[in-house]
Ligand binder design. Structure first.
Ligand code: NAD
Length: 471
């Protein structure tokens, strides 16, 4: 076997290796292709110390911050092929999707660079002014499905608001983020962005670290709850973007063919490994055969393969544990009477490949309906009464996204307003209009909002000044 790829951490603008390393597996080949530093407790301390040192000067000059964020956009464009190759090797997604992710990442930095922000607001003219102040050092922790894009949701607003950051990617997908840290050392003052890598233990140390003023976390509900508990004794500020089990409710006046296409796009993008993907579909009995048939046809037409092969449309599931979990949920449903009208089986015996799978004859109570599968298996639940479908859609602790499909705007809105979810799409699902649109979950799907001005404000505190200020 050839040499594995190694990329150091970036702490205080310097390359830092760790005493030990984590293996990184390519999900298309199951080969260990890279090694990421496993940060020690000393490395974590070092990262927070250098971030704190850099923060005062960084907070001072908004024009410099805007310029730096703009420079990040250029760095991403200039290094697109290398970063895309790293993303594909670690995530499994196609090179095309990796490029889209990097373009999205750049769009987030561009938006927050260009955003006109009123850091001061007059509350009572001549006597009371509100000033948006940075929090200090932000601990940012990301999952494995969109390592760079989800990092940018935190970095761009946190940095623009004058905070400095310690960022840790998932141990499954650390390489593109580590490389980004290296590249950005050329355009950011030392210590403004520190990228460290390691297992969940490093994430835990970050959430407990006294140097972190805020934790911005994206990941599973289970880990999110642990993070909330970890920050409580210190009352750190907290944003949680967690899992979802998004329902799609198809109404009886929906166009079955267009709906099936939209459901496929919203359910299988990135192999369903999207927090806000369609994860269960409620279909009226009258449309059930047409929607199921068309979804199966589309699923069967997809080419599943290594993300580096230009013919591939869907790559592998990202990691072995997730692959096992999705297969376990699938097999339990099949054993309980569900039918795979498309897919249902693994592809080959190397790499975590699963055909996009459409399940019919499923019902409430099955794990594939109740849990977040986070993979390429979509259950279709038949219904006769829309009020009952809505009740089932809400009968969950999740509340990230949802969608309603049909022809009548008034009905779509009425159903949408009845769904307990942070985002509801009409005749679409999981599309993202960009960094200006707020995003956040209800119930166990999250606390707080990312993106837009509200997202930026979550990286500030509002200081109220009493006095007759100069401007
Ligand atoms: P995960 O929770 O296992 O890990 C996410 C990150 O948290 C990793 O970097 C991990 O090392 C770290 N971590 C794990 N336990 C921790 C702890 N106790 N304290 C601090 N850090 C800890 O999640 P995952 O499996 O990488 O990602 C998949 C999950 O993320 C899915 O549930 C998905 O829905 C969710 N997700 C949510 C959003 C959103 O915006 N709402 C976006 C993408 C993914």
């Amino acid at each position: 076997m050839g040499e594995v790829t190694r990329i150091p951490m970036t702490i205080g603008g310097q390359a830092v290796d760790a005493g030990s390393a984590l293996d990184v597996v390519n999900p298309a080949t199951e080969a260990v292709w890279a090694a990421a530093p496993a940060a020690s407790a000393g490395d974590v301390d070092h990262a927070f110390a250098t971030a704190a040192e850099a923060q005062v000067a960084w907070a001072h000059d908004d024009a410099a911050r805007r310029k730096a964020l703009r420079a990040i956009v250029d760095v991403l464009a200039q290094n697109m092929p290398e970063l895309a190759a790293l993303l594909t090797a670690e995530c499994g997604k196609t090179l095309h999707d990796s490029e889209l992710e990097i373009q999205g990442t750049a769009a987030w930095f561009a938006y927050f660079a260009d955003l006109e922000v009123a850091w001061r607001e007059v509350i009572d003219a001549g006597s009371v002014t509100g000033v948006r102040r940075p929090l200090g050092v932000v601990a940012a922790i990301t999952p494995w499905n969109f390592p760079l894009a989800l990092a940018s949701w935190k970095l761009a607003p946190a940095l623009r608001a004058g905070n400095t950051v310690v960022l840790k990617p998932s141990p499954y997908t650390p390489m593109a983020t580590l490389r980004l840290g290296q590249l950005l050392a050329d355009v950011l003052p030392a210590g403004v962005l520190n990228v460290i890598s390691g297992g969940d233990d490093v994430g835990i140390e970050m959430t407990l670290h006294p140097g972190a003023a805020k934790v911005s976390f994206t990941g599973s509900v289970e880990a999110g709850k642990a993070v909330a508990a970890a920050v409580a004794p210190d009352l750190k500020r907290l944003t949680l973007e967690l899992g979802g089990n998004d329902p799609a409710i198809v109404l009886d006046d929906a166009d079955p063919l267009a709906t099936a296409q939209g459901l496929f796009n919203g359910g299988f993008y990135n192999n369903g490994q999207v927090c806000g993907a369609v994860k269960r579909v409620y279909v009226p009995e009258s449309l059930y055969p047409a929607v199921a048939g068309e979804l199966a046809r589309i699923a069967d037409s997809k080419v599943v393969g290594d993300g580096t092969d230009p013919a591939s449309e869907l790559g592998p599931v990202q990691n072995a544990a997730q692959f096992d979990r999705v297969q376990r949920l699938l097999n339990a449903a099949l054993a309980d009477g569900a039918k795979a009208v498309a897919g249902g089986q693994r592809v080959g015996d190397r790499g975590y490949f699963l055909r996009p799978t459409v399940l019919t004859e499923v019902h409430a109570g099955q794990a594939i309906v109740e849990e977040e599968q986070f993979g390429p298996v979509l259950p279709l639940v038949p219904y006769t009464d829309v009020a009952d479908a809505l009740r089932q859609a809400n009968d969950t602790k999740f509340g990230l996204g949802a969608s309603v499909w049909g022809a009548n705007r008034g009905r779509l809105e009425e159903v949408a307003l009845g769904i307990e979810a942070g985002t509801v799409w009409f005749n679409n699902h999981a599309v993202n209009n960009g960094p200006h649109v707020p995003f956040g979950g209800r119930k166990w799907s999250g606390i707080g909002i990312e993106n837009g001005l509200e997202g930026l404000n979550s990286f500030t505190h509002l200081q109220v000044l009493y006095g007759d200020l100069a401007d």
